[in-house]
Design a protein around this ligand. Sequence first.
Ligand code: SAM
Length: 292
Amino acid sequence: MKSAPGSGAGTLYIVATPIGNLDDLSPRAASVLAGVAVIAAEDTRHSGRLLQHLGVQKPLLALHDHNERDRAGQVLARLEAGEDVALVSDAGTPLISDPGYVLVRQARERGLRVSPVPGPCALIAGLCAAGLPTDRFLYAGYLPAKRGARRAELELLVTERATLVFYESPHRILETVAEIRDVMGAERELVLGRELTKTFETFYAGSAGVVCDTLEQDPNGARGEFVVMVAGAPPDEGPGDAGEVNTDQLLSLLLAELPVKKVARMVSELTGRPKNELYQRALALKPDERKT
Ligand code: SAM
């Protein structure tokens, strides 16, 4: 478990741990945790229980949002002295709405080896079972706690074409879902993944209006942990990646000056949408140019 061959430095392992079901901890994660010199944990008591379950006894070092800058130095010193270190968070993959970014960044800046031990992650668990498009998604973390800022953030995302993924705490879930309905529209498809991998795992899926009503009526609706997933804006509704300009407007504008093929290529580069799709659309907008 050493870093770059011959460097003498240790490796920082970023170890994913279960988001509910303890059986989801991978055999490799267990063996890395058993093999390192020290484990940096977001909450040492919480991770201590997991280690006890695994029968692993290791020194634990608290590394959380409030001490990460100070603690990173200690971890780096241990790595440079040749010790392997594992970083874990309370649940799932460290750095995904969890501490660790400062440490990983600094370790990389010093040329130390950082190695992922992948595993559970609530957003991936939710997304892979939600039935929403997964070819492009935007993970936006937690929405702001204050109502105005939260609404402003949702308004910024209303024309985004990628599937949107958020984390939310149980005490704000009803409010957040109602705001998604109000800002994105009651017809926008919404999926909530609640208590994933746990006994009361539940998916709520449908239009934002229906999901909102269902959740309000469910006595357990605001209990447990949630991943919130929203279908991206339909293609003809928003400007997508082209900023404030609608794709059809952009195509029409360029078609006035350039041949269809060239226009499709340029708009594809600007928006990331498939060239062939844009070529067909451009032809539809300018049918007399079929041979360009
Ligand atoms: N690092 C974690 C990961 O890889 O998913 C996430 C940590 S973040 C502080 C905790 C949030 O993740 C919760 O508020 C909830 O939104 C989501 N989450 C964690 N476990 C979950 C579960 N079992 N079911 C649904 N959402 C979960």
